[in-house]
Design a protein around this ligand. Structure first.
Ligand code: DX5
Ligand code: ZN
Length: 235
């Protein structure tokens, strides 16, 4: 399986000190990527931040040349994922992860998941496809098979998107296992309720990109949590 990537969700950080929270979690606590939750109040019943804030954080977080550190993993919980591509590229987004459910219900008939992936790649970003707990894993198979531009990552949500601090839904693990069996080299991300009590199940199923908000930013020693999450995935 691909290597472990620990991506703290900044949603659980202190937004009043966002820049230092973001640079510390990588430089001091040893995290790899930053998971940035973008919510528009339409796709999910909550609002977070937009591209201008991402631009500000980018100023204090460097991306390493090999993309192993400081990658901005933007989780786009938005109803119209096609709308924000250029803005997020300009803001410093590296991986633009849209929701499959939004792409297939978009008001714009020209927006399909495969077209979005092409447009994301054309801008020089990596593309991710996210699925909610009730969306089956096999909707992404056609995107990963055959002669099309493939997503670079699949995000299997382990809570209903919209809020941090929810309970991990173990019922999503068979989807991770099915994806891992079919795609041994794929980056598979899990997001929602991950922490020291749930990481075993996610690692066992085959997830390698681990999002953790509350578990990292709410910890006494975030660095210890990052290390233990990584250790479990690499075991
Ligand atoms: C939920 C977000 C998650 C969330 C994770 O809609 O996509 O990234 O911030 O937070 P925790 O780890 O606290 O469940
Ligand atoms: Zn997220």
């Amino acid at each position: 399986a691909p290597k472990a990537i620990i991506a703290p969700s900044i949603l659980a950080s202190d937004f009043g000190n966002l820049s230092s929270e973001c640079s510390n979690v990588i430089k001091e606590h040893g995290a790899d990527w930053l998971h940035i939750d973008i919510m528009d109040g339409h796709f999910v019943p909550n609002i977070t931040i937009g591209a201008p804030v991402v631009t500000c954080i980018r100023g204090s977080v460097e991306r390493s040349a090999d993309w192993s550190k400081g990658v901005f993993d933007c989780h786009m919980m938005v109803a119209e994922p096609q709308k924000w591509l250029e803005d997020f590229k300009k803001a410093g987004c590296d991986l633009y992860c849209f929701h499959y459910e939004a792409a297939v219900t978009s008001k714009d008939p020209a927006v399909s998941p495969s077209q979005l992936i092409k447009n994301i790649h054309a801008l020089g970003m990596k593309a991710g496809v996210a699925i909610k707990p009730d969306t089956p894993a096999d909707v992404v198979y056609p995107l990963l098979d055959g002669d099309v531009e493939k997503p670079d990552m699949v995000l299997v949500m382990t809570v209903e998107p919209g809020f941090g601090g929810q309970k991990f839904q173990a019922r999503c693990m068979p989807k991770v296992a099915a994806l891992r069996e079919r795609y041994p080299e794929l980056d598979i991300e899990v997001d929602g309720g991950l922490g020291l009590g749930t990481i075993d199940q996610a690692a066992e199923a085959g997830a390698n990109v681990i999002v953790a908000g509350t578990a990292v930013f709410g910890a006494e020693s975030p660095g210890e949590v990052v290390k233990m999450l990584r250790g479990t995935v690499e075991k």
